[in-house]
Design a binder for this molecule. Structure first.
Ligand SMILES: *Cc1c(COP(=O)(O)O)cnc(C)c1O
Length: 234
């Protein structure tokens, strides 16, 4: 074991060591795997502890929570990344407070975001969330619609499409989890082949990031392994 589990810096060191191990096993450069700390449900004190450890960019799944934290921590100029299911009526707040959306999964949301962004003279990086699992509770675009969706997104000047995101099936069977990550990787190949610059793959969380790295993840979204157990599942 490395580090001290009682502090964010200690948990960060432990997670980084596990990322390095997973990269080593996969023959990949650890510098090529970006870490997105997921601060949802944790308060501003926890975020400030992460900031002190060098983090500037945080994943959240509720816009109200981004709004509250971004306002309370305005002096820190942090970047807030939306990773949860988004309602179109939140587009204005997203356009104002978020620096990126990884959960773009339908056209009416793209329409609302683009309109809100244009009104504020801003652009946003977005990832398209694909549904690679069979669980009804998970959102995401049907992968079979990806190429049509990417084509439609070309008409939204404020949305810069940077890649794809997915959540793997919650399963103890490694093969099932890997299948989700491999699907995302293969859909990126198809999209690239069709001429879309969807370079980034956001996949992997606390429980499955080593598998995601083995399957080619560029960015892992880590909550509990960095911040501790959440008191409730939002
Ligand atoms: C909460 C969440 C994470 C982080 O989950 P952990 O298991 O705590 O690492 C990653 N991605 C999404 C979309 C989430 O909602």
């Amino acid at each position: 074991m490395t580090g001290d589990d009682a502090t964010f810096a200690g948990r960060l060191a432990a997670v980084r060591a596990r990322i390095a191990d997973a990269c080593h096993a996969a023959g990949r450069d650890p510098a090529a795997v970006r870490l997105l700390p997921v601060s949802k449900t944790f308060g501003t004190d926890a975020v400030l502890e992460a900031v002190a450890a060098g983090e500037r960019r945080f994943g959240e799944n509720k816009v109200q929570e981004i709004q509250a934290k971004a306002s309370a921590l305005a002096a820190e100029h942090l970047d807030w990344v939306v990773i949860g299911h988004l309602q179109t009526n939140k587009a204005k707040a997203v356009a104002r407070y978020a620096s990126e959306v990884q959960s773009l999964d339908r056209i009416d949301l793209a329409v609302a975001l683009d309109k809100a962004l244009q009104a504020q003279g801003r652009a946003l990086d977005v990832l398209v969330q694909l549904k690679t699992s069979t669980e009804p509770s998970k959102s995401g675009l049907d992968p079979a619609s990806l190429l049509d969706f990417l084509h439609e997104l070309r008409s939204f000047p404020s949305l810069n499409v940077r890649g794809l995101m997915t959540l793997a099936e919650a399963s103890d069977d490694e093969a099932v989890v890997r299948r989700c990550f491999r699907d995302l990787y293969q859909w990126r190949d198809r999209a690239r082949h069709a001429g879309y610059a969807v370079d980034r793959l956001s996949m992997g969380m606390s429980g499955d990031f080593a598998l995601a790295i083995a399957e080619g993840s560029d960015e892992i979204r880590i909550g509990s392994a960095l911040f501790g157990q959440r008191r409730y599942t939002p």
